[in-house]
Write a protein that binds this ligand. Structure first.
Ligand code: DGL
Length: 292
């Protein structure tokens, strides 16, 4: 029997769930969802670039073949800004990368007449130093005089990872964000959540920055999948895009319980308890998928 189109979400940890949920809440069970997390190499931002390229590209390639995947979302900024080219050169199916949403952030400041305010880029230490990201900044932020404040943190990734997996944490959110919270000179107008872990605690971050818009890539990725699967005809994309964005805005905040049975895979074997702690995200089964 022909199976439904299969999407593989990939991250170092549970961060990619933010994007999986957005896609699932948009397309329901039109797709079959797989989630592979590389807990063996978590956190990526503390690993050398060459090791990540060497390990991730073959791992994802193997997952695509073995699981008969039709589309991959690299739901990780740290990995996307490093391995996209190599991966795309190696595999034939569409690969969607998740990279910092600098363009809409700058557009927002321009449209709302706040070009005197800065964009805050909140990401991992590795992401804020990537040549790819520095080029993105150069390319998109001229209208605000390249006024970008970079905050790279592994602690925040670990904070979220532990929280979602019901593990204790010693990390303190206010301390992590202190470089921005304590800087009275900094006039942030928008914060780009450029690590897929961060939208999972959006409300907590928003409480600390009550008047600042937080932008993430969750809906943009759902929209991109919609385009690839022809939910919109190429010619009509622009008009439909606006409609679709409106629709996404409406359902935002009303994400319902998971409706599909997703498949979970991890590079380091999970204990039964660890799987149980993740099961409420709608995972039907679990497979150990180690690096070779
Ligand atoms: N969710 C990953 C990201 O978007 C975290 C990377 C890490 O493991 O450091 O960058």
């Amino acid at each position: 029997m022909k199976h439904k189109p299969r999407i593989l979400f990939f991250d170092s940890g549970v961060g990619g769930l933010s994007h999986l949920k957005s896609v699932e809440n948009t397309f329901f069970d039109f797709f079959e969802y797989y989630y592979l997390f590389d807990n063996q190499l978590f956190p990526y931002s503390e690993k050398p670039d060459n090791l990540l390229i060497e390990k991730l590209v073959p791992l994802i390639d193997r997952a695509i073949t073995e699981l008969k995947i039709n589309l991959v979302v690299i739901a990780c900024n740290t990995a996307s800004t490093l391995i996209l080219d190599q991966l795309r050169a190696r595999v034939k199916i569409p690969i969607i990368g998740v990279v910092p949403a600098l363009k809409p952030a700058v557009e927002y400041l321009v449209k709302t007449g706040q070009t005197d305010r800065a964009v805050g880029l909140l990401a991992t230490k590795a992401t804020i130093a990537r040549p790819y990201v520095l080029k993105l900044i150069e390319f998109h932020t001229a209208p605000i005089g390249q006024n970008v404040s970079l905050l790279g943190t592994t602690d925040l990734v670990e904070y979220v990872e532990n929280k979602i997996r019901h593990k204790p944490t010693t990390k303190d959110l206010k301390k992590i964000l202190a470089p921005w919270l304590n800087n009275t000179e900094l006039n942030l107008g928008v914060i780009v959540l450029a690590c897929t872990h961060f939208p999972l605690i959006k409300e907590e971050i928003q409480e600390l920055f009550p008047n600042i818009l937080l932008i993430d890539t969750c809906f943009a990725i759902a929209r991109r999948i919609g385009v690839i699967y022809g939910f919109f005809k190429q010619k009509e994309i622009e008009a439909q895009r606006r409609e679709f964005v409106e629709y996404l805005r409406k359902i935002k905040g009303q994400l319902h319980d998971p409706v599909t049975n997703k498949h979970l895979l991890s590079t380091k074997n999970l204990t039964e308890q660890e799987f149980v702690e993740l099961q409420h995200h709608g995972f039907a089964d679990y497979t150990h998928f180690p690096h070779k």
